[in-house]
Design a protein around this ligand. Structure first.
Ligand SMILES: [Zn+2]
Length: 174
């Protein structure tokens, strides 16, 4: 459910946060397809970073296996640049609201000065804009691989987008 900040603690110099262009979204979706499968098998979160490689192409840091409610990505080798964090929300659990990013997810990205992408058990893909402090669904249920046990509706009606303030209210209401 949360992504712990690592870049900020070691003083990594961030660049401009990445925008979710069609190119970026396509690359992120492919990477999440692998991470979702691992998350459903193991029932834990997986995380990593979207990177700008030294040759300017997009790349990814090594996928890291986290826990039930958190994951700390490894920093990449020097030369590549952090563009955005990525993490899954594990497998479906009827007791745990996991279909949207948390306030902690937003705050962690803000501290690292990267944007973020979050994949949910239902197969939603969210974008965290850590400057605007807003989360937006890039695509809805089933657009990424979905946990076969997923039951829609547990988290109530989920809007297309929330500000950080709205998300605080949503989390309090659940
Ligand atoms: Zn999260």
């Amino acid at each position: 459910m949360l992504l712990l900040c690592v870049g900020c603690t070691v003083g990594q110099v961030p660049t401009d946060p990445v925008r979710p262009t069609p190119n970026v979204v396509a690359a992120v979706k492919m990477r999440f397809a692998e991470m979702q499968a691992l998350s459903f098998e193991t029932d834990v979160e997986y995380c990593g970073y979207l990177l700008r490689m030294p040759d300017e192409s997009l790349g990814f840091s090594q996928m890291v296996r986290g826990g039930h409610d958190g994951c700390t990505p490894e920093l990449p080798n020097p030369g590549s640049t952090l563009l955005a964090s990525m993490h899954t929300h594990g497998s479906y659990d009827p007791e745990v609201p996991a279909e949207f990013p948390t306030v902690i997810d937003i705050d962690s990205d803000k501290r690292e000065r990267v944007n973020g992408f979050v994949a949910t058990p239902g197969g939603r893909l969210w974008f965290i804009d850590s400057r605007a402090l807003r989360i937006t669904q890039l695509c809805g249920v089933n657009c990424l691989p979905q946990d076969p046990f997923f039951q829609p509706g547990d988290d109530g009606v989920i809007a297309q987008s929330y500000t950080r303030a709205e998300l605080i209210k949503l989390e309090r209401g659940l």
